[in-house]
Ligand binder design. Structure first.
Ligand SMILES: Cc1cc2nc3c(=O)[nH]c(=O)nc-3n(C[C@H](O)[C@H](O)[C@H](O)COP(=O)(O)OP(=O)(O)OC[C@H]3O[C@@H](n4cnc5c(N)ncnc54)[C@H](O)[C@@H]3O)c2cc1C
Length: 315
């Protein structure tokens, strides 16, 4: 679980910030699988300017990783080198104007839907069942029930790796299925979404139906990363996984969910290595069975500890 590098040496090389810099932060507490090692340095910025100044003055050889709520990531047991940026309190403002809402990137999707409901703005309900934050929804083009984040996005504020702040419309973000076309390392800080006038009780009822449907079909109370693999064009990933005989398959403390076989779960004592190895085993079996190579939807971040790298070299 320990990073081999000295955390303090990196802190001393970083520009000063208004928010907080914390060496050796435990990332297992900040992701849904509840696995993974330490962040070499965790940066909790105070506001957008703080991120911009930090990125502008940081040496270009220091890697930066952005985390949201951690519902679509697998952080490896060796932790993440460089600086991990996690947006918090300075990025949770919500404003409503007409049929639009403008929200900070650290807002939870469910809170944004609730806020919109309280202002009589409908059309955002599909987000309510996606257990991430707005930054993650923008980065992943999160979607459900035929809607994607790009469909309601008016514009997003995003900081580039050199510290320049941009306001971008969806056509500039090159969105596709579960993907934003921006290069790695851009940080979303705010978004404006277009809704429509709707009665609050209708919005509440739509959100309640979504919650009920999810509870019946997905292991939403488990330690999971959501859909593990993207649906290949013309196929459902879960059907391919089931047909390959992988439902319920286990490695160490990791298991393919019995309830929804495109979900992996941590049964309590899984390492990130167990989870990643299980995912790779599923890909191998599906390829063998159907000839289709599944693409990870979950983002795998960070380093394998040395012992695990050696196992992989030996395998
Ligand atoms: C039970 C369950 C159900 C799910 N159902 C769905 C579903 O129906 N549809 C769906 O699309 N997804 C679903 N997911 C996956 C996940 O909730 C979404 O992908 C969500 O949008 C991820 O948001 P997050 O804040 O957790 O991001 P994280 O998981 O923390 O990060 C995901 C990616 O976004 C990047 N990122 C996060 N914040 C920012 C930011 N501010 N700026 C730049 N990049 C950023 C990260 O670097 C990473 O690459 C589900 C997950 C679970 C656990």
């Amino acid at each position: 679980m320990e990073l081999a590098v000295s955390e303090h040496s990196l802190i001393s090389r970083l520009p000063s910030v208004r928010g907080k810099l914390r060496p050796g932060a435990d990332l297992a507490k900040s992701n849904w699988f509840q696995v993974g090692g330490l962040a070499e340095v965790l940066f909790k910025p105070e506001n957008t300017q703080d991120i911009a100044q930090f990125l502008k003055h940081k040496s270009s050889d220091i890697a930066v990783t952005v985390l949201g709520v951690g519902s679509n990531i697998l952080i490896r047991d060796g932790g993440i080198s460089g600086v991990v940026i996690k947006l918090g309190r300075g990025f949770t403002d919500c404003h409503a104007e007409g049929d639009r809402v403008t929200v900070g990137a650290a807002c939870l999707n469910s809170n944004v839907v609730e806020f919109a409901k309280n202002h009589g703005i409908g059309g955002l309900e599909f987000l309510s069942g996606i257990p991430g934050g707005i930054g993650g929804a923008l980065a992943m083009n999160a979607g459900a029930y035929g809607f994607e984040t790009k469909d309601i996005l008016v514009e997003a504020e995003v900081v580039d790796p050199h510290g320049t702040i941009h306001v971008m419309t969806p056509d500039k973000l090159n969105y596709s299925y579960r993907k934003c076309g921006l290069p790695y390392g851009w940080v979303f800080t705010r978004a404006t979404f277009q809704g429509h006038a709707e009665k609050s009780d209708i919005i509440a009822s739509n959100a309640a139906k979504i919650a009920e449907q999810r509870q019946n079909t997905q292991p939403v109370r488990s330690r999971t990363g959501g859909s593990t693999f993207k649906n290949p064009e013309g196929f459902k990933a879960w059907k391919l996984i089931e047909a390959a005989g992988c439902r319920g398959m286990k490695i160490g403390g990791a298991q393919i969910s019995e309830m929804h076989c495109n979900f992996m779960i941590n049964n309590g004592n899984a390492t990130a290595y167990d989870i990643e190895t299980l995912g790779e085993k599923v890909r191998e079996q599906v390829l063998h069975h159907s000839g289709i190579l599944l693409e990870w939807e979950i983002k795998i971040l960070g380093n394998l500890p040395e012992a695990q790298s050696q196992e992989i070299i030996a395998a």
